[in-house]
Ligand binder design. Sequence first.
Ligand code: ZN
Length: 106
Amino acid sequence: MELITILSRCHHFPGFVYQQARFSSDLKSIEIAVRPRKGSAAICSRCHQPAPGYDQLSERRFEFIPFWGFLVFLLYSMRRVDCRGCEAVVVEEVPWGDGKHTLTNA
Ligand SMILES: [Zn+2]
């Protein structure tokens, strides 16, 4: 789909790839699946350093910038990292949101 190409150019997030875009069941919004780029380490949201993976949370919707009048949501399963520096299991940092608020930074 064209939208993926446009997004990859305009809002490229290092370490992540857009997988597919589809309309939501009510046709009012567009949902875009995102996944980590193969081999890219998750970033600890506390100390902002790459850390080894621990597990993965269930998929969430992140509100993204509206596109052509449609609401756009990113679908992503956040990873948790076992951070040595923080000595804790911490949810990863993602470039489009801080993990608590659904509004994105983009
Ligand atoms: Zn950390």
